[in-house]
Ligand binder design. Sequence first.
Ligand SMILES: C[S@@+](CC[C@H](N)C(=O)[O-])C[C@H]1O[C@@H](n2cnc3c(N)ncnc32)[C@H](O)[C@@H]1O
Length: 183
Amino acid sequence: MSKKEFFSAFLKQGKNVGSVTPSSKFLVKKMVDPIQFKNVKCIVELGPGTGIITHELLRQMPADSILLAFEINKEFCDTLNQINDPRLKVISDSAEKLEDYLKQYKVEKVDYVVSSLPLFMIPDSVVDTIMEVVLKTLKADGAFIQYQYSLNAYKRFKAIFKNVDLNFTPMNLPPAFVFTCTI
Ligand SMILES: C[S@@+](CC[C@H](N)C(=O)[O-])C[C@H]1O[C@@H](n2cnc3c(N)ncnc32)[C@H](O)[C@@H]1O
């Protein structure tokens, strides 16, 4: 899907899409840099959009791992479903249903959760539900990695996680903060 089509999805559903264009290659790098791919079994991606981060995750994930990608925009799901990779499971449902799908895929623990969700647009109660499941299922040496265009979520993450590392890239539209949170 082109940048033009992404922008058109933003015009139709801006509240959910949360950005006018896919992440830059600089932001994608900052999102995957904290991941130790070698022994990964399961990564969860929340809000993959058209798959700019998804492709990089799949490029580096081991052959016997799976990537569960939760996306509520049906057109984006169609684009993601064109990725011909048996490790990718596109879940056309909200991230708040994470726990149900982990059960369905018989996943007890998750190595990493990589999230592009526009948290500022999502009701607090829904974000709380998602964070509860993340905390419950994340492996002790795993991480929750999230980008945002502001520091608003910093306090929330500090209250939930043991460590929150903050990174920043000006090379994105708009510039983005990357939070790497560990338990
Ligand atoms: C800012 S875009 C990020 C797209 C892509 N990951 C990137 O970095 O370019 C956020 C994505 O989150 C999706 N989204 C928003 N709320 C969601 C939810 N509750 N569950 C799953 N996906 C959601 C939107 O449809 C959109 O594709």
